[in-house]
Write a protein that binds this ligand. Sequence first.
Ligand code: NI
Length: 148
Amino acid sequence: MSDLVRFSVSMPEALLEQLDGFAQRRGTNTNRSEVLRDLVREKLVDEGHVVPDEEVVGSITMVYDHHTPGLAARLDKIQHRHHTEIVSTMHVHLDDENCLEILAVRGQGRVVANMADCMLGLKGVRHGRLTCVATASTMAGQHVHHHH
Ligand code: NI
């Protein structure tokens, strides 16, 4: 095993409680450091599907509070700026304050990842996730349709 480096982390108490709850539900190991290491590894594996120089396809899913001042306008602006990467959008008004938005995306990995970061980092976005695969690996070895 490689050397472990110790560093301190600050997070809101409520988030830490959620982390402990998650660790307990998982059951296998409730050690905070171990749980955090696993989460970071999982996240990095997800990010690994974004190949910066290749075309990727995927989706961005987010839940946001539409009462947050300026948020809807900011999201709108980012999405218009990336109209070539956003293939389709679905918007669901979940309840009085929450919106669910699912975007189908396609474009250069780096561009898609930056776009997702811009949106998911905004204040008022409660949950967000980019899931994607490189089209080259998706299509590899599959039957190819020829259109005449
Ligand atoms: Ni809505």
